[in-house]
Ligand binder design. Structure first.
Ligand SMILES: Cc1cc2nc3c(=O)[nH]c(=O)nc-3n(C[C@H](O)[C@H](O)[C@H](O)COP(=O)(O)OP(=O)(O)OC[C@H]3O[C@@H](n4cnc5c(N)ncnc54)[C@H](O)[C@@H]3O)c2cc1C
Length: 348
């Protein structure tokens, strides 16, 4: 069995590990020159660790990651509560924090140990289904060289602007969350000992500060100036990187067609609240490998679409609750945040 994977982000790499673990041959390509260093995902949840455990990836992620034991919750300058994340003493904990680039490095290392080489700088530019397989056309981004890959199945893990999704003609529902969000990585000194801090307000602004090791914090806000917000709560020393992004709530109308499936951001995107995006995609990757083993991609499409719709709706509800400005909503939010159930339900 031979599978072609478009995209070597965390989801494509996880799919390669899941398929190689079953003894299948994998060819994968990515339009970038190598792994991302962008400030993106930081939370790896227990479900991902369970799935990545047999390959050894979970142990390597945990060796590098920070265990998120407690989270401080502020409403503006007032300390609202401190949450203890349940289940952190288990062998595979509820949540660990590691910069996405470092998670990808661990996954890539395992992919390479399986003898799979990523074709960097090659993008998927064509896809055709044949009677017994798929043919993908790859084009080198600088030289224009083209290659044809014939495989039994294909997996589009090529991100929110997925070429595979476009080539399959799959539409996506889309609703934008208002405004420009910001993200930064910085060395910070905090007056608290918690590994994470959520700063909420009565006017809709939210910020999340999460340790990513070595005195560095990942700072995220639904406003364009996270560094200003963070500076009110901690000492921000050198800023390593910063940027802005917009948040779209998107779900593909279907998670693939015929012998090709899509997963990860290619199939669904939502707000970073709850830290679910990469984790949901890793679950897609392992479900895809199982579907290939069962020769039943229809089961993948049905099960994963339901999960994507539920997660996008859950994170949207949570975001609206955290950023509410309604006086009754503020009382309900502050009460809900004092229970651990809210957080575990959200992290997944
Ligand atoms: C600020 C921020 C914070 C976040 N925090 C979290 C978090 O804490 N936890 C969490 O789980 N998620 C989080 N996310 C979401 C997470 O980053 C994404 O869900 C995750 O990166 C999706 O992985 P992916 O592999 O599907 O897509 P990507 O990471 O986008 O990877 C897609 C890959 O496909 C390649 N590609 C694109 N087009 C082609 C083509 N035509 N041919 C070949 N290759 C192609 C790209 O170069 C890229 O390498 C966050 C996102 C942001 C922006």
């Amino acid at each position: 069995m031979h599978v072609y994977i478009s995209g070597a982000g965390p989801v494509g790499l996880a799919a390669a590990i899941a398929l190689a673990g079953r003894g299948y041959r994998v060819t994968m390509a990515d339009r970038a020159a190598g792994i991302t260093n962008e400030a993106r995902a930081v939370g790896v949840n227990r479900n991902s660790l369970v799935l990545l455990s047999p390959s050894g990836a979970a142990a390597e992620i945990m060796a590098r990651a920070t265990l998120v034991r407690t989270a401080r919750v502020m409403e503006d300058d007032r300390r609202l509560t401190e949450l203890t994340i349940p289940g952190q003493k288990r062998r595979l904990p509820t949540l660990v924090a590691l910069a996405q680039g470092e998670t990808e490095r661990v996954l890539l290392d395992i992919v390479q140990r399986h003898g799979i080489e990523v074709l960097w700088n090659f993008e998927t530019t064509g896809l055709a289904e044949t009677a017994d397989g798929v043919t993908a056309t790859l084009t080198h981004r600088t030289t224009g060289e083209t290659r044809e890959i014939r495989a039994d199945y294909g997996f589009g893990a090529d991100g929110s602007h997925s070429a595979v999704r476009r080539l399959l003609g799959i539409a996506m529902s889309e609703r934008m969350v208002d405004g420009t969000w910001s993200v930064a990585d910085a060395h910070c000194e905090t007056p608290w000992r918690n590994e994470a801090c959520a700063v909420l307000s009565r006017v809709g602004a939210v910020g999340f500060f999460i340790t990513i090791g070595g005195g560095r914090y990942r700072l995220i806000s639904n406003r364009p100036d996270v560094l200003t917000l963070a500076s009110r709560h901690m000492t921000v020393k050198d800023v390593l990187q910063e940027g802005t992004f917009t948040v779209g709530l998107r779900v593909a109308e279907v998670m693939g067609k015929g012998r090709v499936a899509i997963g990860g951001d290619a199939a669904h995107t939502h707000s970073p609240v709850g830290g679910r995006g990469m984790n949901l995609g890793i679950a897609d990757a392992f479900a895809f490998a199982e579907a290939v083993e069962d020769r039943d991609l229809a089961a993948y499409r049905a099960a994963r679409l339901g999960d994507a719709q539920k997660t996008v709706a859950l994170t949207d509800r949570a975001y609206r609750m955290l950023s509410t400005t309604n006086p009754m909503g503020l009382i309900a939010r502050n009460a809900a945040l004092k229970t651990a159930g809210f957080v575990t339900g959200l992290i997944g």
